[in-house]
Ligand binder design. Structure first.
Ligand code: DX5
Ligand code: ZN
Length: 225
């Protein structure tokens, strides 16, 4: 069970938004009680899908006060992280599977005043982030195979979420989950130790986004961190 003092954060993923009306969608999320906006960046190589890049982050930055939580599902975060910093990202999360000098990457992101996050695909063991915890602001445990919204939550990620939470200990590091989160599955993730909840379809496809965000927050808070 979690012992973290971190507050619950709900971050709707714009992957499920109406891309033709992104400013309106960002405003709708703010009005509905979202804490952050989650921006899924895909390069067609690290994952078999393509989405948005720094220009869209910059445009969102100009129309929304919500912190922009950028999830980089790309092969070369070393080359592109600075562009997301310049575009106004609040946080930049890279995938550890890309390898290389991840500690240096975290240090460069943080030196720019931006939060550094490290993400784990479902098959990647939790200890892949343990050596980075002192230079991280957040760990992201993927609860679907990255690439697409609308997939089913992988409940077998529970032990990995718990293992990361235990390794974090008293460090000021958030534990994010992403993929298949809804007001029911969020309880499982939060019980295992997650405190930052990403949700795409459960928020954007809901008839009432504010009610959906509130239900996610309530579910995540049912297990006090
Ligand atoms: C998947 C993305 C997720 C996705 C979540 O690769 O990282 O952020 O948008 O969508 P849902 O909540 O619909 O599973
Ligand atoms: Zn994501």
């Amino acid at each position: 069970m979690s012992t973290s003092p971190r507050p619950v954060v709900v971050a709707p993923s714009i992957l499920s938004a109406d891309f033709a009306r992104l400013a309106d969608e960002a405003e709708r999320m703010k009005a509905s009680g979202a804490d952050w906006l989650h921006v899924d960046v895909m390069d067609g190589h690290f994952v078999p899908n393509l989405t948005v890049g720094p220009p869209v982050v910059k445009a969102l930055r100009g129309v929304s006060e919500l912190p922009l939580d950028c999830h980089l599902m790309i092969e070369d975060p070393f080359a592109y992280a600075p562009r997301f910093v310049d575009a106004g990202a609040h946080g930049i999360t890279f995938h550890v599977e890309v390898g290389g000098d991840l500690r240096g990457l975290c240090e460069r992101i943080r030196a720019a005043g931006v939060r550094a996050g490290a993400a784990l695909k479902p098959a990647t063991p939790p200890d892949a982030v343990f050596d980075l915890l002192d230079v991280l602001d957040m760990v992201l445990v993927m609860t679907v195979e990255p690439g697409f919204g609308g997939q089913a939550y992988m409940a077998d990620m529970g032990p990995k979420i718990s293992a990361v939470r235990e390794a974090i200990g008293e460090r000021p590091v958030d534990l994010q989950v992403d993929g298949g989160l809804n007001p029911e599955t969020v309880r499982h993730a939060a019980a295992a130790g997650a405190n930052v909840i990403v949700a795409g379809s459960a928020v954007f496809r809901a008839p009432d986004a504010a009610a959906a965000i509130e239900a996610l927050r309530a579910g995540a808070s049912a297990y006090p961190a």
